[in-house]
Write a protein that binds this ligand. Sequence first.
Ligand SMILES: Nc1ccn([C@@H]2O[C@H](COP(=O)(O)OP(=O)(O)OP(=O)(O)O)[C@@H](O)[C@H]2O)c(=O)n1
Ligand SMILES: C[C@](O)(CO)[C@H](O)COP(=O)(O)O
Length: 256
Amino acid sequence: MMGEGPQPRAVGPRVAAIVPAAGRGERLGGGTPKALRALGGRPMLVRSVEALRRSESVTQIVVAAPPTLVEVVAQLLGPDVRVIAGGAERVDSVRRALGAVDDDVSVVLVHDAARPLIPPALVDAVAAAVIAGHPAVIPVLGLGDTVKEVGPDGRVIRTPPRDGLRAVQTPQGFRRDVLAAAYALQDVPVTDDAGLVEALGVPVTTVPGAQEAFKVTRPLDLVLAEALLVRPSASDARAGADACGSNAGMDARRSG
Ligand SMILES: Nc1ccn([C@@H]2O[C@H](COP(=O)(O)OP(=O)(O)OP(=O)(O)O)[C@@H](O)[C@H]2O)c(=O)n1
Ligand SMILES: C[C@](O)(CO)[C@H](O)COP(=O)(O)O
């Protein structure tokens, strides 16, 4: 775990943010693809993209959309965002989006559309750690619950010591060549991008995550996200929504 003090400043390298947004949201339910479900009156995906725009480090955003909704999502997000068709699984969506990243990008962040309340400062902390020399960086939080490994019969197999366990969030940040090599691997069963990098044998570094970066997975998560948006402490997220359509920061970095 890196310290919680000042992180290296992100200057110089081009940083792309890939946003996998092509999932169906089966655990959330409701019919509409999850990334387009409204949160405080705006699609979750729009809020996630706004947080990336507001970060100081991101210079390009590539979104993997549900294949039938590529045009709709492109209209929704505006011309500064590249929208491509996602795939059947999250890894397929990220692999396709990686193929659409500009040639001059050397750092790639992968951020779930389903984490709409991500603080821009966390995006920058992950990017800065990669730029400082870590090949792979993930935000993590300690666990509040005890975790059990349970067998198919429902019986507890063991209780892993909680001190060494972390819940993993996004954005996960990578040197581009490392992520490309990881995504060249086939048929490695993983649930996050860092899992592929671990399969390569490349070290993965952690930085402190943020509670509000939780993933909207089930209906109660949506209720919690709505509640957070109307609290004063959610001013960042609201400002992000208010700024929707203003791309000045990212435009300046892209042309700089
Ligand atoms: N084929 C897929 C599956 C998931 N995702 C994206 O990966 C992120 C994290 O996935 P998850 O929360 O599991 O979303 P869903 O797959 O939509 O959820 P569920 O498993 O409940 O259907 C989401 O932003 C989702 O849109 C994607 O781009 N392409
Ligand atoms: C990438 C991820 O959000 C890190 O916590 C998570 O692993 C995605 O898992 P899901 O099963 O696709 O929600």
